[in-house]
Design a protein around this ligand. Structure first.
Ligand code: NAD
Ligand code: ZN
Length: 248
């Protein structure tokens, strides 16, 4: 077994409160493209900024078009070896919390309780009114949208409806950021998996953990801006790495 894998296995063995911090990279092996890899979503669809979403009806239309085009991929996607390895660390009591930037729900599908998952960038399985926060089912939006791309409006206040995800330029969810910070402070091993760590403020969370005494491990195919702060960096594929370590 390679030295880095042994080192990772030892760190996990010696930890009691692992917190995982995942990004789009953990879900690529489930067939969901990430943002920044070659061929990723970034190249095909530049993200729609929150201010653009608010100011332009065409941007809102384009955003719903992409959402409904992506839905068949998301609804078919299943957790992969990486998700399941984390789930087994959770079930033996070593891993307490997963902080995720993903909106795909695959950690829940791998058997981790929703109450132990912090979704800092929200969730794409429902929508909300941006003004009164009334929750709206996607089915309602889709039915309207499929009819001449009609944009949804809040039935209570007339406000703009948007999926419950956080766009670039949109304020972070206060309660989730608080929970993420509490988890980071309490972690003895903070394990970043599949994130380019360039999206802020989410990328501050690993540093909060490090500054509060956690060992920082980064598993990502490509270098990240936080590699210099990490105690261990693994530039490897996620599924096979986590599967190997979970078996050790
Ligand atoms: P990112 O695309 O910026 O970075 C993903 C990183 O994972 C890349 O550095 C890539 O090299 C690495 N990677 C991809 N597949 C890998 C594999 N099999 N093994 C090892 N490394 C692998 O993603 P991010 O940091 O999460 O930021 C993008 C934002 O976009 C997130 O905040 C998220 O909200 C959103 N997003 C979510 C999903 C999802 O829910 N699955 C998908 C795309 C984008
Ligand atoms: Zn409303």
């Amino acid at each position: 077994m390679e030295t880095v894998l042994n080192e990772l296995a030892k760190l996990i063995e010696n930890s009691k409160r692992i917190v995982a911090f995942t990004g789009a990279g953990i879900s690529t092996e489930s067939g969901i493209p990430d943002f920044r890899s070659p061929g990723g979503l970034w190249e095909k669809n530049k993200p729609i900024d929150f201010s653009e979403f608010l100011s332009s009806e065409e941007a809102r239309r384009e955003s719903w078009r992409r959402k409904f085009a992506m839905d068949p991929v998301l609804s078919k996607a299943k957790p992969n070896a990486g998700h399941f390895a984390l789930s087994s660390l959770y079930h033996i009591g070593k891993m307490k919390t997963v902080i995720t930037q993903n909106i795909d729900g695959l950690h829940q599908a791998s058997g981790i309780s929703d109450s132990d998952i912090v979704e800092v960038h929200g969730n794409t399985t429902y929508a909300k009114c941006l003004d009164c926060h009334d929750r709206v089912t996607l089915k309602t939006v889709r039915e309207k949208f499929e009819h001449n791309e009609q944009l949804p409006e809040c039935r209570i206040c007339g406000g703009i409806i948007k999926t419950a995800t956080i766009s670039f330029g949109q304020a972070m969810p206060i309660e989730e950021m608080r929970r993420a910070e509490v988890a980071a402070i309490s972690a003895d091993l903070f394990f970043v998996i599949g994130s380019s760590l360039v999206v802020y403020p989410a990328a501050d969370i690993p540093l909060i953990a490090k500054q509060n005494g956690a060992t920082l491990v980064i598993l990502n195919r490509e270098p990240t801006p936080l590699d210099d702060y990490a105690d261990l960096v693994l530039r490897r594929e996620i599924g096979e790495t986590l599967e190997a370590v979970a078996k050790m």
